[in-house]
Design a protein around this ligand. Structure first.
Ligand SMILES: Cc1cc2nc3c(=O)[nH]c(=O)nc-3n(C[C@H](O)[C@H](O)[C@H](O)COP(=O)(O)OP(=O)(O)OC[C@H]3O[C@@H](n4cnc5c(N)ncnc54)[C@H](O)[C@@H]3O)c2cc1C
Length: 311
């Protein structure tokens, strides 16, 4: 791996009061489900929300900033991510507080933990999060959903910091949720969110979560190095059916493969590069376009730069 120039001394000079952790050239393949991707030029783990706002306030406005969650919906390209990549840690952003029927969660909280905490408090409506292996931050950005539930169904408001370091609060309406998408400005880094459950029976909610888990075990390659559903379902259709009809089930490119088990999942079968996985996805899109005329759109976020241009 070639490295990006170390810009940490310049960041420290601009922000001497910074309390969070800065790491130069942190390999991101360790932090993504696909286990691929080059380094972050700088990986920043803020000490708390104020620390995050401080960095964004003083950082050179031309320096790109990227936020990642648990990396379960990401292809980080092989050249890595220039600028500052931010990952919120569980210490400062990992708490869940319950007040009556509402839950306030830090955005580093795994979706599965929020589902479990809601069930323990006999709050219904969040069981769908049990099967989604991302964080609350990713769920807000992606309007994550499954088994008939979506983030939009339970969110009251989200709080975050924008690129200029300003605190922003987004009501449900301002989040502009549509299928696997939020209209909230892309520069906003969500820090916490308020959810509303409804009173339910703990045992029934836990039974529902068990059904969600069993359905996933049976239908998805959840123990593979993958990024979940690769393409969004087109209106009125299922992406996996189009991929299957195009003859792509099991298709390989380098170390990447279309899952035999669920053909809207790509997997890193054997030391794939990010470029193998992305090229395989593009090949699938081409074949689907050819056989059915449908243009599939990526659900997985692809970020960073190709190997020849990066770190
Ligand atoms: C086995 C498997 C099964 C899956 N099943 C489902 C499913 O059923 N339903 C579903 O919806 N998804 C599913 N996914 C995809 C993924 O888990 C979700 O999209 C999840 O919400 C991503 O969260 P993350 O923390 O991993 O985000 P990442 O993958 O790290 O990032 C995804 C996007 O969110 C943004 N983001 C992350 N944190 C923040 C933040 N704090 N503020 C602002 N933006 C942020 C990133 O910039 C990026 O654009 C699955 C993935 C896998 C691997």
């Amino acid at each position: 791996m070639t490295a990006f120039p170390d810009i940490i001394p310049a960041i420290r000079a601009a922000a001497p009061a910074l309390r969070g952790r800065l790491i130069a050239n942190q390999l991101l393949s360790d932090l993504t489900w696909f286990r691929v991707g080059g380094p972050a030029q700088v990986l920043f783990t803020p000490a708390d929300e104020e620390d995050l706002a401080h960095l964004l306030d003083v950082l050179d406005p031309d320096l790109p900033v990227t936020v990642i969650g648990l990396g379960s919906n990401l292809i980080v390209r092989d050249g890595g991510i220039p600028g500052v990549t931010i990952r919120l840690g569980g210490k400062a952003f990992g708490s869940v507080e319950i007040d009556g029927e509402t839950l306030r969660a830090g955005t580093a909280v795994p979706d599965m933990r929020l589902a479990k905490t809601a069930a323990e408090a006999s709050l219904d409506g969040l069981a769908f999060l049990r099967g989604i292996p991302g964080s609350i931050g990713g769920a807000l950005r992606m309007n994550a959903g499954a088994h008939g539930g979506e983030t939009t169904d339970v969110l009251v408001e989200a709080r975050g910091i924008d690129r200029s370091g300003t605190l922003r609060v987004f009501t449900h309406a301002k989040m502009g949720f549509t299928y696997r998408h939020s209209e909230a400005p892309e520069d906003v880094i969500f820090t916490s969110a308020l959810f509303r459950g409804r009173p339910g029976d703990r045992r029934e909610i836990e039974a529902e979560m068990d059904r969600v888990t069993a359905a996933r075990e049976a239908a998805q390659p959840i123990r593979e190095r993958t990024g979940g559903s690769t393409f969004k379902n087109p209106p009125g259709g299922k992406a996996w059916q189009l991929v299957d009809a195009a003859g792509c089930r099991g298709l390989t490119l380098g170390g990447a493969q279309v899952s035999e088990m669920h053909c809207n999942f790509l997997i890193n079968r054997a030391d794939a590069s990010a470029s193998d996985i992305e090229a395989l996805g593009e090949e699938v899109r081409r074949r689907v376009r050819e056989t059915s005329g449908v243009e599939l759109h990526w659900e997985i976020r692809r970020i960073g730069v190709p190997a020849s241009t990066g770190g």
